[in-house]
Design a protein around this ligand. Structure first.
Ligand SMILES: Cc1cc2nc3c(=O)[nH]c(=O)nc-3n(C[C@H](O)[C@H](O)[C@H](O)COP(=O)(O)OP(=O)(O)OC[C@H]3O[C@@H](n4cnc5c(N)ncnc54)[C@H](O)[C@@H]3O)c2cc1C
Length: 496
């Protein structure tokens, strides 16, 4: 083991015999396959960055158990200042992919770190399961693992609970339990980055009902576990024509996959919750896990929003419209929306509070950010597309057109801009399309709308965590300050 995890270490760790499938075939080596290799390189670049001598202090801390430098996503902040140090590391990672790798290694690490911060919940439930959580956190941290998670049952009939689906083994469930551990059969959606993660955390964040006990589990296993089948979606990386034509999708297509557990054995030391509906939900909400995992998302999103604002401004310059008052208004609106994300992020940090030994961002501001940003993202994308007009489409078919003398000449004649030379104009609008309109960009809209749950879920979190008593108290206080006809002074009709 090197003193700090490098890109090379990560690439080597993925050559482990995992069962990834695409185009009807099993992939022999994800690090070499044309559907995945560049994304793997982008993930590896994160580890190379943290191992740079000039970055190692910002990006890593010494494991309290081994002394090995590991990424700060595993750090457990005890104060506001430590939270901010940790955020700076996460932000620096997000800048390497411009916010386009939603499930970079800091996402699920933040969740597992949050579960560990709430270890008392597991202790009160079952000492052995608590030991599994504690040991797993230490193991994953000290090996600086890249984790993904699958915490949603596959869509089928959402009007019925998991155990009432036509196939009771559709959603991954316990089918056997013995002295060694559990056996799991069934599917989960939607392991983003699963093809290039080391391990997967498997559980259910959706509310379960009595009868769903077999689905009410929580565990972690390696991506190469026997019987684990990884069904990749279409690869946008593979469809990318070139880096010039698809500068984002050619490198940052983190992938999403359905996981099928074909009677996968999970040893007891990897089982965090066993067939307990209440604990399955409370592992997220009764510990800082849910807050920490989604706080990471807002750090990443802020970087992406800044990048999109940059795209918007450059579009205005490219088309000579930046001086129009209406266009400046539109850009001002986008700037305000980036400010909203920035403000909410800093607000949830500043308004954080202590949970035992740890400092945790403010839950309600986090849920406000989730709810608002899942609406904001598609709106910002549409606004920028509105600024761009047909320039996103008025482009040569591919970089190969530049090799043809006639076409190169015509490109030079027709791709005009007050801000860019013709070749640069093409380069820029190809980038803008990959961020705003390509299949990769469209998947990003779906991602930002759904990664934290559908809007009824995030609004429910906001509803639950808001201080309604304080707000209603103000209304009641004002009403109590003047008389109501027919009622004693000082009392509202509602309070009687
Ligand atoms: C690109 C992408 C990547 C993802 N990556 C991951 C990942 O890495 N790991 C992971 O675990 N999950 C992942 N997910 C899954 C994500 O968590 C879910 O999409 C999200 O929780 C919503 O669940 P769902 O897709 O089943 O939608 P549903 O719950 O089926 O909701 C879809 C729509 O149906 C309606 N609806 C459904 N149920 C109700 C209800 N009870 N009341 C009212 N309306 C309802 C709403 O209109 C809702 O918007 C990913 C999703 C996407 C799109």
């Amino acid at each position: 083991m090197t003193s700090v995890k490098t890109g090379q270490d990560h690439v080597a760790s993925l050559q482990d015999g995992r069962n990834v499938y695409i185009h009807g075939e099993r992939v022999a080596d994800v690090t070499a396959h044309k559907a995945f290799r560049n994304s793997v390189r982008s993930a590896a670049a994160l580890y190379d960055f943290q191992s740079r001598p000039d970055k190692i202090d910002t990006m890593t801390f010494a494991s309290p158990d081994t002394g090995r430098r590991v990424n700060r996503c595993w750090q457990l902040p005890g104060s506001y200042a430590e939270l901010v140090d940790r955020r700076r590391a996460l932000e620096a990672w997000a800048e390497l992919h411009f916010g386009f790798m939603g499930r970079s290694p800091d996402h699920v690490a933040s969740c597992i770190a949050g579960m560990f911060m709430g270890i008392e919940l597991f202790e009160a439930h079952d000492g052995k399961r608590a030991a599994a959580v504690r040991d797993y956190y230490g193991f994953a941290r000290d090996n600086d693992l890249f984790l993904t998670y699958v915490i949603i049952n596959p869509q089928a009939d959402r009007s019925k609970p998991a155990h009432q689906q036509a196939d009771p083994h559709l959603a991954a469930a316990v089918i056997d339990e013995d002295a060694h551990g559990l056996t799991i059969r069934g599917a989960k959606m939607l392991a983003t980055s699963g093809i290039m993660a080391n391990e997967v955390f498997v559980t259910c964040i959706q509310p379960l009902v009595p009868g769903d006990e077999k689905q009410a589990v929580s565990f972690a296993i390696p991506m190469h576990a026997k019987g684990l089948q990884v069904l990749s979606r279409k690869s946008y990386e593979e469809s990318a024509v070139s880096r010039f034509d698809n500068p984002l999708s050619s490198r940052f297509d983190e992938n999403d996959a359905i996981l099928y557990f074909d009677d996968v054995k999970v040893p007891w030391e990897r089982v965090f919750v066993n067939q307990n509906i209440d604990m399955t939900l409370r592992q997220f909400h009764g510990t800082p896990a849910h807050v920490y995992q989604n706080y990471q998302c807002q750090i990443r999103l802020l970087v992406k929003m800044r990048f999109l604002a940059g795209i918007a401004h450059r579009i205005a310059e490219a088309n000579g419209i930046a001086g129009f008052a209406q266009v400046r208004e539109t850009l001002g609106q986008i700037a305000a929306e980036v400010g909203l994300v920035d403000g909410l992020l800093h607000g949830m940090e500043a308004k954080g509070s202590r949970a035992g030994a740890y400092y945790v961002p403010d839950r309600h501001l986090l849920y406000s950010a989730q709810t608002l940003t899942q609406q904001l993202y598609p709106k910002v994308i549409t606004t920028i597309r509105d600024l761009a007009g047909g320039g996103l489409i008025m482009l040569p078919s591919s970089v190969a057109d530049f090799d043809h003398p006639l076409l190169a000449g015509l490109i030079h004649k027709t791709q005009k801009s007050p801000a860019f030379a013709p070749e640069e104009r093409v380069k820029f609008f190809k980038l803008a399309w990959d961020a705003l309109g390509s299949e990769f960009a469209s998947r990003h809209v779906q991602y930002e709308m759904f990664y934290a749950g559908a809007s009824f879920v995030t609004r429910g979190h906001c509803y639950r965590t808001f201080d309604w008593a304080k707000c209603k108290g103000m209304v009641d206080g004002l009403m109590a300050s003047y008389p109501t006809p027919g009622h004693p002074p000082g009392k509202t009709a509602a309070a009687e």
